[in-house]
Design a protein around this ligand. Structure first.
Ligand code: AMP
Ligand code: ZN
Length: 438
């Protein structure tokens, strides 16, 4: 492992499990004491009859109250601040479809640590100050913009804040500036590649690209492999979440065997979302995170609603930070159709195994004659659009493969490339038009 990065706390990257637990216990105690500056937590502790002195070991985290997104909404805008507002230098906000958005506050130290986290990840996958990093993700409130910007600068790379969209300009920048690394949401990388194809640009021949960081939205292993084949480079999964800081919370190492979640920054728990009890390693549950270094807005046992599982606590790369499986999606992404639970990623996984299909797809749920139905529209890769017999067979094969996966028969519609909507930020994969019976 190349551990010569000067500013990324390399000593923490290779801690043994015992050392991680010791560090976490110390940081947890400090965090809990700090949380007593927040009336919300004061009240919770009072209600539960606990004091910060009850928290001594990492396992004591289970004595602590959970925090939910609703709690952040209820305390909107500044109710979760653990420091005076004058000590905060930035806020991010994640938009809510209903009610108040959530607000995340940062002190300068929080921003510094966040940049260190992102820089650590980028260093881990081989990026160095000689690299040119193009950040093709949205800027503004979305943390993928500024989060990667400051992290890439912290590492010392020439950083191009290209932002999302305008693919022709993205490609020009990549060629002209000698971009070696790009960060973008996976659905945007596939779009970028399609535009490259239209323009006769071959990323292997015409660019110096060697690393992709993809994340911020659920994607399947099959989607990642497609992206790697298209672009001819490794694509590393990046997990981020505004409430924890943004990108930098978890990232794949060169082994690509799960996301290392940084346990010097967070305590990671996987719980059963119904009982809230911990599940054994390997079993899927809800990811719950406790911040260990946050000043402005420490969060105890934050229920992320993301579903994943522990894959291991050691790695051939030499890092012992817990490895988590790629996210299945959030519990609220789950579709319940005729009593069957389905995640969009299950559909994606199947679609991506058909080379005749392009990358964009849309799932629409409707109620027809009082029956709930699913329609999967998926774009065809160009060369297959004219042979009707072949299309019919393809449609049948896809339908059957989907049925085997989700146990329901969806309607499959094969559409021409470029006809489904593309979003600049996180992809919208599901449109629910079902009648809601009250
Ligand atoms: P936001 O705070 O708005 O950036 O959204 C954070 C959420 O995005 C997480 O809770 C996940 O649901 C999702 N997310 C972020 N990164 C990934 C990833 N690498 N894979 C799957 N989902 C992700
Ligand atoms: Zn590793």
């Amino acid at each position: 492992m190349d551990n010569k990065s000067p500013y990324l706390h390399p000593q923490y990257e290779t801690l043994s499990r015992e050392e991680i637990s010791k560090l976490q216990a110390e940081r947890l105690q400090a965090t809990v004491r700090h949380c007593m500056n927040v009336p919300f937590y004061q009240q919770k502790f009072k209600d539960m009859g606990i004091t910060p002195d009850d928290i001594k070991t990492v396992d004591d985290v289970r004595k602590l109250p959970f925090t939910t997104k609703q709690d952040l909404r209820d305390t909107y805008p500044f109710g979760m601040a653990a420091v005076p507002l004058r000590d905060c230098v930035r806020l991010h906000s994640s938009s809510g479809t209903t009610g108040n958005p959530t607000v995340i506050l940062h002190t300068q130290k929080d921003l510094d640590e966040w940049a260190n986290q992102v820089a650590r990840n980028l260093w881990m996958v081989g990026l160095r100050p000689d690299d040119v990093f193009q950040n093709s993700s949205g800027y503004g409130m979305f943390t993928g913009g500024l989060g990667f910007q400051y992290g890439a600068e912290r590492l010392g790379m020439l950083t191009v804040p290209a932002a999302a969209g305008n693919s022709l300009r993205q490609i020009k920048f990549m060629k002209d500036f000698g971009t070696t690394a790009v960060h973008a949401v996976p659905s945007y990388v596939t779009r970028l590649y399609e535009v490259m194809q239209e323009q006769g640009v071959d990323p292997r021949r015409d660019t110096k690209l060697r690393v992709l960081a993809i994340g911020a939205e659920p994607h399947s292993e099959e989607q990642r492999q497609r992206i790697e084949q298209m672009m001819g480079v490794k694509a590393y999964n990046s997990f981020g979440m505004s409430e924890m800081c943004g990108p930098g919370v978890g990232f794949e190492c060169p082994e690509q065997n799960g996301l290392h979640f940084w346990e010097d920054y967070y305590i990671v728990e996987i719980v059963n979302p119904e009982t809230l009890e911990p599940v054994p390693d390997g079993e899927i549950g809800e990811l719950v995170l406790t911040t260990l270094c946050r000043e402005a807005m420490p969060l105890l046992r934050y229920r992320t609603r993301d579903l994943t599982r522990v894959l291991g606590r050691s790695c051939p790369c030499g890092r012992n930070h817990v490895r988590l499986d790629r996210m299945r999606g959030r519990s609220d992404d789950m579709m319940v159709l005729r009593g069957v639970n389905i995640f969009p990623i299950q559909i994606e996984k199947i679609l991506m195994t058909f080379p005749e299909l392009a990358n964009n797809y849309l799932i629409t749920l409707t109620t027809d004659d009082d029956n709930d139905n699913m329609t999967v529209e998926v774009e065809l890769a160009e060369m297959f659009t004219d042979d009707f017999g072949r299309l019919q067979k393809l449609n049948k094969d896809i339908t059957r493969a989907l049925k085997d996966e989700i146990l329901l028969t969806p309607r499959v519609k094969l559409v021409a490339k470029g006809t489904l909507p593309v979003s600049e930020g996180k992809a919208v994969r599901v449109v629910d038009k079902r009648k809601v019976y009250q």
